[in-house]
Design a protein around this ligand. Structure first.
Ligand code: ADP
Length: 378
């Protein structure tokens, strides 16, 4: 196979693949949704990923197609495969990152640990689930949710009526996912990479801290995870990657429950926010590994460079100007901080970059990363 990788989507994940591609001499080509996006430097085309002709024309210019996001419609993915295009992850795997109901069904079939869940089509069914689960539950739209949008904690059967009504108007019909409200101690993520020929590599399991349903911070490795916890997280992620046939990077988001179980929350089949620390903190970044995996090249080492890495997201950015305007002070005061800008315009709440700091003392590392990120955001 040649070494031209096509990435559909021009966001920050595609952007962060660029340095890895440059280092390995991989020709990275991006199909961006708009001009001037995060990955504009590698964008060879601007177009709609929901348009078959646009995607086919792009795919013809590359050896393998991969993704910055999970939204390319199944019909288009299947047409690419039918025409002999290498697509990683393939549509059969990606389906489970696109639809949370199908994901829950498949993980249950595989015998993997998930929260109690049900498919509900109306408020009566939701009411029945609530009655069986102590009167509270989490309702999720099966498709299209991200960063906590499409996730709602409910304690009454009518609190999802607007979503049921929207589904009724959808020609395909459909249903919502309802789950037990998990009592968790913390959230973890296990990121793995898998090649088409089967090799798998795993980074250390990490702790993810969410604020308002959005990942705010990641600690690598997760504190107190050595031993059984790390083994269980690794076993779960390998079982998912193999059971679903994922190729490329897979992130498995987990709940560590108050009674010491690990339950799978979400799957992402692409580099993931919980793996950003690996750019500065691991022998092989998740972005380099993703490129190696989709090209079916041998995977790189996934050990941590430092005892601790802490990654803190930068939200919003300066109200006036760009992130770089803040560098003078931020970088001078925090020389150990590695700052990553996504080249995006500031907007309240928008992820515009992240900061990673590595070292021996977790408190110090976390302080440095948080202080640097705080300088950069509004
Ligand atoms: P998204 O796809 O929008 O990221 P998730 O399904 O990952 O949505 O949910 C977002 C956040 O909501 C999770 O990180 C977690 O904090 C919380 N959450 C989701 N499902 C549950 C659940 N069953 N029990 C408790 N909290 C949950």
């Amino acid at each position: 196979m040649g070494m031209t990788v096509g990435v559909i989507g021009g966001g920050q994940l595609a952007r962060m693949m660029i340095p890895a591609a440059v280092a390995l001499g991989i020709d990275l080509r991006v199909l961006a949704e708009q001009p001037g996006m995060s990955a504009a430097l590698a964008a060879v085309a601007v177009g709609d990923y929901r348009d078959l002709d646009t995607v086919l024309a792009f795919a013809e210019t590359v050896d393998v197609v991969t993704f910055d996001h999970e939204h390319v419609p199944q019909e288009i993915l299947r047409e690419l495969v039918r025409r002999g295009v290498q697509v990683h992850p393939g549509p059969d795997a990606l389906l489970y990152a696109q639809d949370k109901l199908l994901m829950r069904e498949r993980l249950t079939e595989l015998g993997l640990p998930v929260p109690d869940w049900a498919r509900v089509e109306n408020s009566e069914q939701l009411g029945a689930f609530l009655a069986e689960h102590g009167g509270r539950a989490v309702v999720k739209t099966a498709r299209g949710g991200y960063d906590g949008k499409g996730v709602r904690v409910v304690s009454h059967e009518h609190e999802a009526d607007d979503w049921f009504a929207a589904l009724a108007e959808d020609a395909n019909g459909g249903a919502l996912l309802v789950e037990e409200l998990v009592e968790f101690r913390r959230e973890l993520a296990q990121v793995v990479a898998r090649r088409p020929s089967g090799e798998i590599a795993l980074w250390p399991v990490v702790e993810t801290v969410q604020r308002g349903g959005v990942c705010a911070e990641v600690i690598a490795p997760a504190p107190s995870s050595a031993g059984r916890l790390a083994d269980v997280a690794a076993d779960i992620a390998v079982a998912v990657a193999e059971g679903i046939g994922v190729t490329g990077v897979l992130a498995v988001e987990l709940f560590e429950t108050t009674d010491d179980r690990l339950l799978i929350n979400e799957l992402a089949m692409r580099p993931h926010n919980s793996g950003h620390w690996s750019i500065d903190g691991s022998t092989t970044s998740q972005f380099e590994q993703h490129l190696r995996a989709v090209l079916d090249l041998p995977l790189g080492g996934t050990g941590a460079r430092d005892a601790w890495s802490v990654m803190v997201n930068v939200f919003g950015g300066p109200a006036e100007g760009v992130l770089g305007d803040r560098y003078g002070q931020a970088l001078a005061e925090h020389p150990l901080a590695k700052v990553h800008s996504y080249g995006k315009a500031s907007r309240p709440g928008r992820k515009v970059g992240h900061v990673t700091v590595g070292g021996d003392d977790l408190d110090e590392v976390a302080y440095q990363a948080r202080a640097t990120a705080a300088f950069l955001q509004e």
